[in-house]
Design a protein around this ligand. Structure first.
Ligand code: SF4
Ligand code: SF4
Ligand code: FES
Length: 328
């Protein structure tokens, strides 16, 4: 026999909504997704939620629970106090479709923009060979289930709709790092692309994305910081520095860009020049032409972000689904 527990769930659509109160039965061993299903079965048959596997593997059931981005199917009810109210709201970074379902197509657009794996010319599929040590380096990044909790958490886009054009987010920084580490990837511009087109410079290494990743991928330590270090290395390399003085930047970028052989991706992924109306701001370069490396040597946060930093879980009075109007 279960016990009745108190829940608050955001209900609404793109025109607006509010948090509503429910008392629902909870049984031993249940997770938050079980409660959402019981709510649908007993009180609110029209409550919209997204889920597929109920095993932490499809990445569909991402929501915010008591102000923290989490998977509904992997959040045990036993982690809350018996008398604790559990508040469930949609992912705040993405536009709501209905109730707990958000439109995450921003992430698919960024995936399509990311240049695909580009094997060397003349090596056919089936002939790819690589060392086990190289496989293991990027294996961690392949565990990503595309739940987009990291994307939702990142303060660069969370309340800043206008940053989305220039910022791909942590999920695509790990994709860039994975390809940069890949011994058979012929593109040599992954770092430059991440810095100039994915908005790597916006990231101030708060590690919030790492904290919410259900696959425990060390997004910041193993992908973002190494990519930032390589961007810095490139700036410090005297030969590269001399080359940058002699050649114009656009000449360098087009010469460095290896063609991609992948099909079914955008022109950018096929090696076309990148274009964007608004370029991300790169970290400042000092008068001596060098970049300040303190942000990559600090153990935690690299410094305050102009977009404000966000602590999780959110304070109780901030738990809601609220999209600030970008025009405000
Ligand atoms: S470390 Fe912080 S700023 Fe950088 S991508 Fe992750 S959440 Fe965003
Ligand atoms: S990196 Fe982790 S948090 Fe981000 S989408 Fe992949 S699994 Fe989810
Ligand atoms: S339902 Fe698949 S990860 Fe939760």
């Amino acid at each position: 026999m279960g016990t009745k527990r108190h829940f608050r769930v955001w209900r609404g659509d793109e025109s607006g909504g509010d948090i509503q109160d429910y008392d629902v039965e909870v049984n031993d061993g249940e997770v938050v997704l079980d409660i959402i299903h019981r709510l649908q079965a007993t009180q609110t048959p029209d409550l919209a939620c997204r889920w597929n596997c109920k095993a932490g593997k499809c990445g569909s059931c991402s929501v915010e629970i008591n102000g923290k981005p989490r998977l509904g199917c992997m959040t045990r009810m036993s982690t809350f106090e018996e008398n604790e109210t559990v508040t469930i709201t949609p992912l705040r970074t993405f536009p709501v479709i209905r109730d707990l379902v958000t439109d995450v197509s921003f992430n698919y657009e960024k995936a399509r923009e990311t240049p695909a794996f580009a094997p060397p010319a003349g090596v056919a599929p089936g002939q790819y060979r690589m060392q086990q040590v190289d496989v293991e380096r990027s294996q961690e990044f392949r565990k990503c289930i595309e739940c987009f909790l990291c994307q939702n958490t990142c303060h660069v886009v969370r309340d800043h709709e206008d940053n989305k054009e220039a910022f791909s987010g942590p999920r695509y920084f790990i994709r860039a790092a994975e390809l940069d580490m890949h011994p058979l990837d012929a593109r040599e511009d992954r770092k430059q692309y991440a810095q100039a087109n994915q908005g790597l410079g916006y990231c101030n290494i708060t590690k919030c994305c790492t904290e919410v990743c259900p696959e425990h991928i060390k997004i910041t330590d193993n992908a973002i910081i190494p990519m930032k270090e390589r961007v810095v290395d490139r700036r410090y390399d005297p030969l590269v520095w001399l080359g940058r003085k002699i050649f114009r930047r656009d000449q360098l970028e087009s010469e460095n860009m290896a063609p991609s052989t992948s099909v079914g991706v955008t022109d950018v992924a096929k090696g076309a020049p990148f274009t964007t109306n608004r370029l991300p701001e790169a970290p400042p370069v000092r008068e001596d032409g060098k970049m300040d490396v303190t942000e990559v040597t600090l153990p935690v946060q690299g410094g305050p972000s102009p977009f404000g930093d966000q602590e999780f879980p959110l304070p109780l009075d901030q738990i809601s689904y609220h999209k600030p109007d970008p025009r405000d």
